[in-house]
Structures are given as structure tokens and as C-alpha cells.
Design a binder for this molecule. Sequence first.
Ligand SMILES: Cc1ncc(COP(=O)(O)O)c(C=O)c1O
Length: 378
Amino acid sequence: MRLAVLGGKPIRKKPYPRWPIHDHTEEAALDRVYRTPTLDESSRFAEWYANYCGVPYVLPTASGTVSIELILRALGIGRGDEVILPPYTFIASYAAIRFIGAVPVFADILPDSYNIDPADVERKITPHTRAILAVSVGGRPADCDALGAIAEKHNIALIHDAAQAVGATWRGVSIAAYGTAAAFSCQNSKNLTCGEGGIITTTDAVLHETLRVIVSGGDDTHIGVRAGINGYCAGILNAQSARFPEQLRYRQESAAYLDAHLAPLGYVSPMPGDPRVTSNAYHLYFIRIHEDKLRGVTRDRFVEAVVAEGIPLTTGYRPLYATPGVNEPHNTPVTDYVAGHEGAWLAPPTLLGTPDDLADVVRAIEKVYDNLDALREV
Ligand SMILES: Cc1ncc(COP(=O)(O)O)c(C=O)c1O
């Protein structure tokens, strides 16, 4: 019915690239681990990642969620302690805090990056605050300068939830090297994936050693939980990592194309750039939809029509506080607006499409805009 509304055929019938991209090297890795389970694929991956990010300590883990949780635990954060995070993120950022008994406190996001707003973080600090969990949403680093300064001033930890941000840099330095520690995800949708997996990075030797002990099951001083990556997943990461730098470059080139073609439209726009963001990892490509320019058509209806044209666009996160089971107080008007009226993103593999695939995104958006009146009538 939606297609009939806009008339003619949908812009696209072909699917976007399938993810993850893989070949015989993944199979060879699984075979290698199966035949020789003593092979240390995890250390090999850690070495590659440390080198790639320019960070001294890397700990491959079972998931991004467990990585956040273990960093919090290793820092001695627990019951009653407050951790500040943005409400515009995946539920795992919140769950990790709740799971260790700490109290999640929401700070608002910035309208021109959708990342946590340092000024609001500062307003939300209380004597109980122990950490900031800064999400690099979509793969774009949160403001490392301002957040680092706040953490230092208040003597609290700065943990980067870089689950979506493998490959992201701020002022030329990997997000892995900022703050107290960073947590990455290698879950299936992520840009560097092994199905389920995670990575903890830090520049702090003592914290790394504590985490290493915890992740290997604990010792006389630390209660642990065996939460290291398994050999099969590490083997797959070793295969995926060979392709990763080129895939990141390709995603960034695609994002630049979309930026250039969406910016002139006016009724939608790309996220503005920031010279301090020297590498956006582009797990998600955000498109801001300007409802006030859609002559009465809502963001939701607009996105629905673009989807009907065969483009994998979604309206993105609902705020965490609107998630069933999350019942936290909040005063976050930017998040309310972005989640309800403006935010949208392209499914992660879209940026790995051909130039023609990307042109289809722009064509579909233009087609929907050209048919706004028909859209409003349904
Ligand atoms: C922002 C964010 N934080 C945390 C996670 C949790 O990672 P995982 O799924 O590897 O546990 C994810 C992704 O799933 C995420 O997108």
C-alpha cells in the first residue's frame, strides 16, 4: 500500500551487502582452533588491536556488555554509586550499570552529534558520582576533551562505551587510549565482528592487571568471572581484522558521498562534522530528518516511506527511559526531540554498498520528499 501511495516502483529491489563479509580465512581460523585448541588466538588478536589503536593494554572478552560491567567492577564501583550515561544508546550501556548494582543517571545528548553533552554531565554530578559512561554513538567519539577535563576535575572515572567505535579517533588518537578505559563490542552487527565478543582497552597498567585477573577467573585478591573471548571467536577476529582497515576507509568514503549529497537538500541533513573527530567509525550513518520542513508529514511517516523504497533506514533508538523495565528519572529534552522527531540511521552494511547503492539512498529520499502531499493524505 505504501508503494502505491508514492506511485511507480520502489527505488531499490536489491538487498544491500550481506554482513559479515567472510571467506576461507574465517573457515581456516575455525579449523586451526579446532585442531589445536592450545593456540592463543586471543593474544594474537590483542597484539594486533594494541598496535592498531596505539594503546598499551588490550583484553579480549566475551562481549561489549561484560566489558563495561567488568571495568566498573575493577574500579570498585557498585551498590549505590552513580554512573552518568546518555539515554540515547543501546540498552546494554544501562544494563551493565544496573547489573552491578550501581545507579544509572541520565545526562542529555548534544543535538549536533547525538553524543553525551558534557555540560549536562557536569550538572548531573553529585557526591555519589563515580564514573561517566560516554557512548561513542554510531562510532563517532564523544567529546574526549571536555569529558576528560570533567572526570579529572571531579576525580571520577571516564569509561568510553566504544561498542560501536572500533577505528574511531579523536584528535588523531584512538578512542581506546582516552579516559580510564574503553569497552568495544564485536557482536554480529558491529564493524569488527566475531558473532559475540568484546575488547577492553586501557593505558593503566594496574587496572589492566586487575581486569586480566578478573577475566581469567580471579585469584586470592579478586573475585573473578571467566569472561575472556573464546578461541574460535578470537580466530575469527584475526581473520576479520585483516579486512577491517580497508572496510573502515570505504565506509568513510561512502559517508562523505552521502554528506555531500544530503547536505543541500535542507529537509534532511547529515550530522555536522567536527575537526576533532579525525576518524568516525561509521557503525551507523545518521540522517537528521527536519520535520518542520516536511509540510505536516512526521519523521516516522517519512522514514516509513523511505523504507518502502527499499532503503534500510530506521528511526533509531527510543530513549532508554522509555524502555519497559527502565524506570529512571530524566530531564533530557534533546534526547526527547531526537528520538521522537529527528533521528534516523542507515543499517550498518549500507555504507559498504556500491556507489549506485548509495545514490539510491539519495534518490529514495528525494522521491519521498517529492511525494509529501500524497504521503500526508494516507
Ligand atoms: C552502545 C553499545 N553499548 C554496548 C553494547 C553491548 O555490546 P555486546 O552486544 O557485545 O554485549 C552495544 C552493542 O551491542 C552497543 O551498541
